[in-house]
Every structure is written in structure tokens, then in C-alpha cells.
Ligand binder design. Sequence first.
Ligand code: MLT
Ligand code: MN
Length: 312
Amino acid sequence: MRLKILGSAAGGGFPQWNCNFDLSRAARKGVEGVKPRTQSSLAACANGTDWIIFNASPDIREQIASTPELQPAEDAPLRSTPISAIVLTNADVDHIAGLLSLRERQAFVIYATRRVLEVLEQNSIFNVLDRSLVVRRELVLNEPTSILSSHGASTGLTVEAFAVPGKVALFLEDPAYADTGFGTKTGDTIGLRIWSEAAQAAAFYVPGCAAVDGDLKQRLHEANCLLFDGTVYTDGEMIDSGVGPKTGQRMGHLHISGPDGSAAALADVDIARRIYVHINNTNPILDERSLEAAWVRETGWEVGYDGMEIAL
Ligand code: MLT
Ligand code: MN
């Protein structure tokens, strides 16, 4: 199985269009060790032919343009794509807006939980994806789902969706429920076990997660690879850097560092390869020369970057 990180940044990307914080400035200047990054997305291929994209970011057009595997083959029909399906982990803008760039009467399949499919239903702009060509299929939590192409053919990948602590999409927050998760319900944020029968290998993709609980730790036991929420290094990072009033927790993201961070919480779980993705433009690990990036590497984590490949 081949996995390719298409976008390793969180919503907004890196540099973010309106951000003048040190890190975005450094990325804009092309400072060595501070790589620009596009918004959150992963691609996987298990059978050498069909590519599955996990989350359709607003940068998907650019991501396809820089990934030859995702482009029509030279001998393929006049309109074609190796992208057979899109799987969504939540309904945040950074994960669904790219669907709008995939119009043009191309058949593929969208897989998501009922909660996320309802968001697509309720926003009629997504009807630009002709429903007779772009089929929407439900991911039922805790059930393995074979990812099939629009013709119903196997792609060699099976995913299992499981709920993780998180938050409803920002644009759907209900202030009336501010004390109880802004109206968040089960299925709003999921993690995915991505399994290749041929490779006998499992990767876990969890780009948004507010807490590591016993259930998650148990699932991740003996994973070949984990791509995990690396939005913020410290919970108060956006406040401390002066860019905004929200903590990581308020946004539904568990910070990386410290005794209650994700690195410590997952330290005793047997995972062959662990990689942070969905990295916010305030996170110091975006600078490879920082002490924070060094600490993350010392604790056995890798910092994801656009174009990073994982072979399982
Ligand atoms: C998040 O991951 O917190 C969201 O992508 C935020 C947003 O939609 O801007
Ligand atoms: Mn996001």
C-alpha cells in the first residue's frame, strides 16, 4: 500500500493568506527548514490503480497538479481520473471544500458518516457533483467498509470509521450549546483504519482529535502507521502567539506537548511509525530547526510534509 500526504497543514494552510506571524513570514520568504504546506489531505493506493483521497481540501487542485499519480494517464480516455473515491473524516471547510473543485461530470464515490453526508445534503452547492455520477455512500461506525469504485469494483482498500472526541464543523457550531460541545454529535469527527488486504497492513488517519482515550489507544495497538492531529504544540498557542482567542481544545484539537499532550498519551502504544499532520500555522514544529521540532523527533514522531510517502 502506498500512502502520500497531499496536504500536511491545518485549515488555512501554511503560510495562511492573512497571517503575518513569524512562521508564516518565514515560509513566505522561503527560509530553509520552514516548508510551505497545503491543507489537510491524504491519498492512498493499494492495488496500483485506484487512488483514494482522504479529505478534499480547498487546495486539491494544486495537490493533484503536483502529484502525477492523481492525474489522467496519457493513454486514458479524454476525461478520466485515477481517483476512485473520496473519504471524509469530518465536515470542516478544509476537508470538504475541495469537493467543489471535483465537478466536471466525473464519476467517483464519496464516503462519509451519516452526520457528514447530511451536511453535504443540506448545502445544495454540493449538487454541482452530479448525483447520477458521484455516488454518496455511508460509512457506518465500527464496521469495515470496502472502498469500491463507482463501477462497484474493489480498490483493495477497506476502511473502518470510528468516532473520536472532537467538535462539529466550525460553521455548524450552535452557540446555544456552548457548554456542551456546540451541538457536536457522534460521527461529526472520525478516525479511520485504512487496511490493505494485499499488504496486510493498517494505517490510521486521525487528523482531528480532541483527546486520546482508552478506546483509541486499543485500536492503535500494533498499527503500522499513524497519521495524527498535530494542529497545535501547546493548547494556548494561538493565544500566546497573539493570532486568535481560541485554545486547541476549543477547536477540538489535542495539543502535542506536555504530560497531557498526544505524544505522552500515545507513548506506550505500539505503533511502528507515527506522523503529525493537520499542523496549524502557529505550531513551532513547522520550523525544522526549532527545539519543539527536535523534541517531537526525539519522542519518535515524524513531522508530516506535503509529498511525504509511506510504503506499507
Ligand atoms: C479545524 O480543524 O479546526 C477546522 O478546520 C477549522 C476551520 O474550519 O477553519
Ligand atoms: Mn481542520
